[in-house]
Design a protein around this ligand. Sequence first.
Ligand code: URP
Ligand code: ZN
Ligand code: ZN
Ligand code: ZN
Length: 483
Amino acid sequence: MAILLRGGTVVTHEMTYKADVLCEDGKITKIGEDLAVNESDVEIVDVSEKLIMPGGIDPHTHMQLPFMGTVAADDFASGTAAALAGGTTTIIDFVIPSPGQPLMEAYQQWRDWSEKSMSNYTFHVAITWWDDSVHKDMETLATEYGINSFKHFMAYKNAIMATDDILVSSFTRCMELGAIATVHAENGELVYHLQQQLMEKGITGPEAHPLSRPPMVEGEAAYRAISIAETLGAPLYLVHCSVEESVDAIRYAQQRGHHVYGEVLAGHLTVDDSVYQDVSWERAAAHVMSPPFRPKKHQDVLWKALQSGTLQTTATDHCAFCNEQKAMGKDNFTQIPNGTAGVEERLAVLWEKGVNGGKITPNEFVAVTSTNAAKIFNMYPAKGAVREGSDADIVIWDPKGSKVISAETHMSNIETNIFEGMEVTGVPVMTICNGNIAWQNGELLAKAGDGKYVMRPTYANFYQSLQKRKALAEPKAVDRTSA
Ligand code: URP
Ligand code: ZN
Ligand code: ZN
Ligand code: ZN
């Protein structure tokens, strides 16, 4: 049934205005003041005093990920239910082939697992190894399956780490295909070395985790990935930037005119490294994720980078592991499954700390929680927009509503919440996904399978200047025939 959102305030990445919004057949079909409709065919929802914003896009989640000897506790059903409960209508998850596994086989495996998604979903595909079949499958994925981003883990040695030769081959291939390379920037060799040293010293608890991944481990990898991409003229997106060193590397590259984008997690913006000193092993281990939570001074830098546009997107890296799974590393911190949750809390945390904290405007909130990701990953304006013709993926926001975040009430399958006890003012009250009310005031209405797979075409907008620049800079041999 069509839905008319009556009497609300539309907030997009560029403007705020009063209007009614009509959703029909999964699309936004009309926006205007006092829209006239036939009331017998349309469900009218009073949204006065509420904000109508594009549904959140979380560009970084790992539902059901097989990782470090276990499988993430939120699958594509519970994880996307949590997304909808938090106002997020699209996730970009990751297909991560095991080294040697054909890309198309891994892709099909993830498509099967994700059929039960309740929110919309799409995938980055990780490049964890290289040969001619990978080169070929990247093209198949880009041209036939709507994949325009490929991920590279510079950490996780002896598992999924991509070495420099792989980065060079794959970034080059991304350029040929009109795709964007993304990286998890941490120097995997250094992490491995520091982990062995700490274990030899007998520091085996979660407090060793941040010590094995100090800021320069991330900064070096960020700078290296940027240097490789810039040399090749390839666009680059750095996931979960958590330290000043990464922000500096990105800002300098942008100032040189390079197409480089950066993501920050709601967790890294708000949680600091004191969590690893917790006397409870369980609580400290619940915060083991990579990169780790950082000393407070980095949070200030990350917020300013988001405010200034050096970083464009916010995500969660939702990769949930319960206490029993974390306990796999009871005597050895290197065996604690890496990951934390947050897909449900991201928007409320960003509103509370960002908008209420006077750091970003509501329009900038929309940009960093939805629109910018839609543009970089080429889903805009179908996604990331409230405008006629866009998909009806909408969050109805109550800027005066409040709640206290707690594992007691969250949707995720795990026992802990990294934002536990945070009081937030500004909460979602309704999430509309594909034109249907998917979640409303604590009630989940979406069912497994309601989410749609999102095709993302290659050649996002930034390719226009990038290709032109590359053509103009094409090297030429010197003609010496008449010399
Ligand atoms: O600790 C994390 N972040 N786990 C998920 C995999 C990754 O590195 O993004
Ligand atoms: Zn990562
Ligand atoms: Zn991740
Ligand atoms: Zn469990």
